[in-house]
Structure formats: C-alpha cells, structure tokens
Write a protein that binds this ligand. Structure first.
Ligand SMILES: [Zn+2]
Length: 179
C-alpha cells in the first residue's frame, strides 16, 4: 500500500510480478500453486524471495514512451484485459459498463479506492473512457460509501497529479465520512 503521493511501479498481476515501467514480467505463482501457497512453506519463501529480487532489479527502471503505464488502453474491452484493473476501478467499470471486468471476483464489487494507487487505477480508467467521469454519481448511487470520494473527485485528481503527500490521509478522511 502506497502511503505517499507516489504509486509503486512493480506489482503483482494475476500470477506474474510486473514492472509497469519496462514491461518485464515473471511468473511467481506456478501452475501447481493456483489454489494458494501455504504461508511459511518453502514455496512461500521462494515466492517472497523471487518478488523481492524482482523488485530490486526493477527499482530504478524509468518510465519511457513504451511503458505500459503510458500506453493507455483504447477501449473498455482492452482495459479489462489489461494490467490496471483493481477492485475499485473494477467497481466503476462494473456499474458503468453493466458487467464486471473479465474474471473479476464478485466479492470485490463495491470496493472503495483506499490509497493513491487505487485512485490512480480509477483515474486511468476515466482517461480510457472520459464520458464516465460525469457518471460517477451512478457508482455512488449503487454504493453509497463512494459518495464523499465522488464529491471530491476533482480535488483528489489534482492531488494525484501533483503527487501530494497528503493524499492518502485525505482519502482516509473521505472514506470515514462515508462510513
Ligand atoms: Zn523494469
């Protein structure tokens, strides 16, 4: 969870760990581990070590023109198959597209953006489908806890863009208002 204004560029996606700057990905959850890796088992230690090594190797990768972070998807269909589907952005998609993203677990529906990284994925989806910005009220109508966040969306967007270190706390305050 990113507490500062920045957003991590190395993250787990499905069964791979991905660097969103250079586009590299490594399989860290293998075929026989789809049901989960028992915590504290040798496989778990291997999974953690692999993740830490990958994160170290890509810590200084810079964002370039061909980075996945800068190559915006061109349609909702491409977005739902992409690297930037999170629980909260998937919730926006589900309400406004009329069905959840591919493979999206139902128990994730309604999830709030909890930190700048979540908000960043929501923001990206709205760049892919700009017409959805004015329809966020439909998300708040279906999931009332979203209302304070939707009301402050422009403020949060500005905080994201200037990497405001107070963004996490501001989001937590808004989440508290909706509770
Ligand atoms: Zn990299």
């Amino acid at each position: 969870m990113a507490r500062g204004g920045g957003v991590a560029h190395v993250s787990l996606h499905d069964r791979d760990i991905v660097c969103f700057h250079c586009g590299a990905r490594d399989r860290v959850i293998h075929d026989d581990q789809r049901q989960g890796i028992p915590i504290n088992s040798p496989a778990w230690a291997g999974f953690i070590a692999h993740g830490i090594a990958f994160e170290k190797a890509h810590a200084h990768c810079l964002e370039t023109e061909s980075s996945p972070t800068l190559k915006l998807e061109t349609s909702p269909g491409e977005w739902e198959r992409g690297l930037f589907v999170g629980s909260s952005s998937g919730t926006i998609f589900a309400v406004l597209q009329g069905h959840p993203p591919l493979g999206f677990a139902r128990d994730r529906l309604g999830a709030l953006p909890q930190d700048p990284a979540d908000f960043h994925r929501c923001h990206r989806l709205l760049l892919v489908v700009p017409a959805w910005r004015s329809r966020l009220g439909e998300v708040a109508a279906k999931y009332p806890r979203w209302a304070p966040l939707v009301a402050a969306w422009d403020e949060l967007t500005a905080m994201l863009q200037r990497r405001d270190p107070g963004m996490y706390d501001r989001m937590q305050a808004l989440i508290g208002e909706g509770a």
